[in-house]
Design a protein around this ligand. Structure first.
Ligand SMILES: [Zn+2]
Length: 756
């Protein structure tokens, strides 16, 4: 009854007032509803409390809390109870997933000298949790193949495809060798994948001090950077194929789910892989001969970096316990009022590799303070239209397990009801970083302009703009001055938004502060309360800023009269992608024809130093001309539909074409929102990407050879990058079809709003 009365009141005001006609009006709200919204937001923003975040971090990071540990479960129960105490309906949802833990780990040099790597992170006296060795997972990478191998060592820089081209030029093969790669340049799981493709039999990954150790700053505990014994753990499962439980691709890992047998899991590495410290890597690298590496390959160790192979011969052994473990996802709900069937979802993971104060607790404590604040608003009479779901995911670190299994389990409901997903993960001092769906670009810019930077006392939007004006390219600077919205980056992978956006097509955002908090403790035993409270957001004021940012976004999404998507930003961004693809084709054409000419002209032969000979690259076929017209046409129709929609939204009155709607404005708005829920979904394809059908979004995917790094319009971009020319036309057609579906939907939305 109460809900019906509310609807009537709302419908009267909507009938007379436009949406977002001036700058004080929030997109998707009327001037009146904006005023109400801003009052509630002011109350909300005053609540998140840095001292509570500090105490929550102390509690949640007090012990190692990886998947399967006692403290992981204890944390989940504590988080659930916190949500309940804030007035939320909170429960734990369980899944059973494959999670290997180390049983045997060995790395030793057997010749020309003997050296055994200790493979351990020592306790640091001033840091009270660094010595909890009984509870820690020792340094390893999850989902490495078991193996016991011996071979000559080869240094492969970052171990990405371009590095192997450089090795080939020097006539160096990794066939039968163990490679050693630096962290960085790609997501770690790419390194063993590419090494195995080139015939390597084992893979070591180490953290070079040039990237996050003493070359950058003082090392822990004197400073924030990586000490010589610090090791980065992580997952090496082939996440660009699919994330989540490796045994249950595409379906939830519930008790009775059908599981792949272990020997048929495709995402486990093909070769044994281990991470090591730079303390352990130095003797191995110092024992390599062969030519000195190019300058871009050099790191910060006081040695001459050489390719090898050998004479260092390395013996490595990896054996895991291939156990099934239980995940504890905490799911908390605040029911909506008039639009309870529309869900706004917010999440951050709670599991860590070790104590994980920065990753993920710094983001989680901000989320908890948002939840407490929203609970207080409800007690004061705040009534969000839509249902709000807050999640604390388990199993993010091994491969987005908790979020992926939850999304796969509830896929049908989510496809029907989800409005958007707002993610955070680690948080620190500095600038607001935003990545996400471009239909949310204008919306999140609006939020960003209303949040104050806690140290600089200007809006976080102004601060982000200032950074681009200082360090952007000429083009970026020009845009930062002239474009009304700051661009947001597209989402690749690396946190829990992937299943929402790339599997189901739910508009997603990833938010976090950083950039003024250098560190070298990522995924090590030193990412803990001591480190965070000495070197990162020590006053937790950027934690409060994250609460305010994400919470304001959630409140607006939950209460907007019209769901605040913007299709003009999407169309314009899609247009830039098409231009990039055309340029990519032309650049590839120029590079390949130039290389082929140089081969024919004997340039490589002439340049080869007889004392350190190099080999000419192989001839490649240059790309033919591709017809990009289907894409430009589709983008044009989306641009047109988007401007019709924006005009109708600004006018805020139903046109004569919508007489029936005029009779019941509230019902018309409701129908508009229901259609709007499909706006990101329209850009997915049930067939998914070539060779990786789990990824269904036609605009955004993690790169098959970059991992976390995004590939936009991936079907076409990766076909061009990988020289698969015959795939390009078909992929152009598939993406064009997705954008055309979007244009059709937006055009219908405009008509719903009464556009002529
Ligand atoms: Zn994380």
């Amino acid at each position: 009854m109460r809900a019906a009365v509310l609807t009537l009141v709302v419908s009267t005001s909507l009938a007379m007032t436009p949406f977002a006609a001036d700058t004080d009006t929030i997109r998707g709200f009327t001037p009146e509803s904006s005023k109400v919204e801003r009052d509630w937001e002011a109350k909300f923003k005053a609540i998140p409390d840095p001292s509570r975040m500090r105490e929550s971090m102390r509690r949640l990071s007090a012990h190692p809390h990886h998947v399967g540990s006692a403290y992981d479960k204890a944390n989940a129960e504590w988080i659930r109870d916190q949500f309940r105490s804030y007035g939320w309906d909170a429960n734990i949802e369980n899944f059973d997933v494959l999670f290997p833990t180390p049983n045997e780990r060995l790395v030793e040099m057997v010749s020309p000298t003997v050296f055994k790597a200790d493979l351990n992170e020592k306790k640091i006296d001033v840091d009270p949790t660094s010595g909890q060795t009984d509870e820690q997972l020792p340094p390893y990478v999850a989902y490495s193949h078991d193996g016991d191998v011996t071979g000559p060592l080869v240094f492969v820089n970052y171990g990405i495809p371009a590095d192997y081209e450089e090795l080939e030029r020097h006539g160096i093969s990794v066939k039968g060798a163990i490679v050693i790669a630096k962290y960085g340049g790609s997501w770690r799981g790419i390194k063993p994948k590419v090494a195995a493709e080139h015939g390597a039999i084992g893979c070591l990954i180490y953290s070079d001090p040039g990237n996050d150790g003493y070359s950058v700053g003082s090392v822990f505990p004197k400073g924030p950077m990586r000490p010589s014994q610090g090791v980065q753990r992580g997952s090496v499962a082939d996440m660009p194929t699919y994330p989540g439980d490796p045994m249950t691709p595409g379906v939830g890992a519930t008790k009775d789910a059908k599981r792949l047998p272990l020997d048929q899991v495709p995402t486990i590495t093909k070769i044994p892989t281990l991470p090591i410290s730079y303390g352990n890597a130095q003797p191995l690298l110092a024992a390599l001969n062969g030519p000195a590496v190019p300058s871009a390959w050099r790191g910060g160790l006081p040695i001459t970096y050489r390719f090898g192979p050998g004479p260092a011969r390395v013996h490595m052994k990896v054996k895991s316990n291939w156990n099934t473990r239980t995940l504890y996802d905490v799911i908390a709900k605040l029911p909506g009022t008039t639009e309870a069937n529309e869900w706004v979802i917010r999440g951050n993971h709670h599991d860590a590799w070790v104590n994980g104060a920065e990753d993920p607790i710094s983001g989680l404590v901000a989320e908890l303070e948002e939840a407490r604040a929203l609970g207080q608003l409800v007690k004061q009479g705040w009534k969000p239209k839509r249902t709000i779901i807050y999640a604390a995911w388990d199993g993010e670190e091994p491969g987005l397990l908790g979020s992926t299994e939850w999304v796969e389990t509830h896929a049908d409901d989510l496809a029907q009801h989800a409005v958007a997903y707002v993610n955070s993960d680690t948080n620190g001092r500095g600038f607001l970083g935003i990545e996400g769906s471009h239909i949310l670009e204008k919306f999140i810019n609006g939020v960003e302009k209303d949040i104050q930077d806690p140290e600089a006392n200007i809006s976080v939007w102004k601060r982000a703009q200032a950074r681009t004006l200082r360090s952007g390219t000429t083009e970026e600077k020009k845009e930062a001055r002239e474009r009304s919205d700051m661009r947001i980056d597209a989402l690749g992978s690396g946190s829990d938004y992937s299943p929402f956006l790339q599997h189901l097509g739910i508009p997603s955002l990833n938010l976090g502060y950083g950039g003024e908090d250098p560190g070298g403790i990522y995924h090590s035993a030193y990412d803990d309360f001591y480190w965070y409270t000495h070197f990162s957001d020590t006053a937790f004021v950027y934690g409060r800023a994250l609460s305010q940012t994400a919470g304001t976004a959630v409140m607006r999404l939950a209460s907007a009269d019209v769901i605040p998507f913007s299709f003009g930003n999407l169309a314009e961004t899609a247009g830039t992608y098409v231009k990039q693809l055309q340029k990519l084709r032309d650049t590839r054409y120029d590079q390949i024809t130039d290389t082929n000419k140089s081969i024919d002209d004997g340039v490589y032969a002439a340049l080869s130093d007889p004392r350190e000979p190099t080999v000419a690259p192989k001839r490649q076929n240059a790309p033919p001309k591709f017809d990009f017209t289907p894409l430009t046409t589709a983008v044009d129709s989306l641009t047109h539909a988007a401007s019709r929609y924006d005009k109708a939204l600004d006018a805020g009155t139903m046109g004569s074409g919508a007489t029936a709607a005029m009779n019941n404005r509230a019902a018309a708005i409701r129908a508009l929102n229901v259609r709007m829920l499909q706006a990101e979904r329209a850009m997915t394809s049930n067939d998914g990407l070539k060779g990786r059908p789990w990824y269904r979004h036609m605009l955004y995917a993690p790169g098959f050879y970059t991992g976390y790094g995004v590939k936009t319009m991936p079907g076409v971009r990766e076909a061009i990058e990988q020289g698969e020319w015959s795939d390009v036309d078909g992929e152009i057609a598939r993406i064009a079809a997705a954008i055309t579906r979007e244009a059709t939907l937006v055009s219908q939305l405009a008509t719903d709003l009464g556009a002529q």
